[in-house]
Design a binder for this molecule. Sequence first.
Ligand code: DNO
Length: 371
Amino acid sequence: MGFRWYGEGNDTVTLDHVRQIPGVETIVWSLHHKQAGEVWEQEEIDAEVARITGLSDEARARGVTRTFDAEVVESVNVHESIKLGRTVLGLSRDEAIENYVTTIRRLGRAGVKVVCYNFMPVFDWLRTDLWHPLPDGSTALFYEKAVVDRMSPESLIADMEANTHGLTLPGWEPERLASFRELDAAYEGVTHDDMYASYRYFLDAVVPAAEEAGVKLAVHPDDPPFDVFGWPRVVSSKEGIARVLDLHPSPHHGLTLCLGSFSANPAHDAVDAVRTFMDRIHFTHVRNIKHFENGDFTEVGHRAQEGSVDTTGIMKAYAEADYQGYVRPDHGRHLWDENTTNKPRPGYGLYDRALGVQYLLGAWDAFRYEK
Ligand code: DNO
């Protein structure tokens, strides 16, 4: 069981908080100040791993002994030149790939086992309201279809920036978005087939290094799982995922099966996806969303009955297959006034994710016990 943490001074949640959530063993981390395309330095990697796996003197003095492993990184972002298959934003695809390989090797040296990434053009995940009120008085991330249909990407970016409590959202870094116009133009005419071809080129170069380094690459499905603003997304459906996996047969090329993202298309069957791709799932995000008839969806608590995603069925499928990979809860609601007191990152407060861990582990333990 993992828990995503954004690093010292970059997260309202501390490692000491996470330490008190029963069952969490892995901290899911990244060097969030690194831009896509940049090399990660070994010293920086090692320092972060040491922070996660160690204990402060102060904690030791209080008798704390519980520590974490740092085996999962989310994410090492893929530079746009790699997805486009040509030089963009001043970096060639081969340079970007070389830097990616160097980073993967260094992470392997530091004991990292899984690296999550995505292959979405320009944007990472997309919502229209980061603090949408729910009937229970909490707030959660919300996707309003009509807003995306009529809004320009620029105004969406401005909206996101204004509403994040001043914390940068991964995938929405200001530096990346400053280059928005160049990227938007570069994607003009790029097809889904072009994206698959660039993806294959990337895998052919990176997977052998990942194998040597003992690192499993794990692509995250598109969120939401359909094209937005006319840019081609290729990890959006069961067929798309199968096609991506077929691009390289190595077990070091697999999935971060994010079932909230995948289920944002109401036609998708999350439990079926778990069973279908089980052998290639290295890391999974389990969360719940609730669909509305008009195409909107809201995020809700992790329990299956709260929304449209069969989170219990998902855990049952994992338990039955004796899944050995990593899992984490995902976006939570913002609870108990935390969005006015702690001001967490949208979706990454402490409480609802801690509840999510307990729900997922409860299901897991029950199904395993039954076996
Ligand atoms: C959102 C996350 C994504 C995810 C990336 C993986 O909360 O699920 O930002 O980390 O798409 O590269």
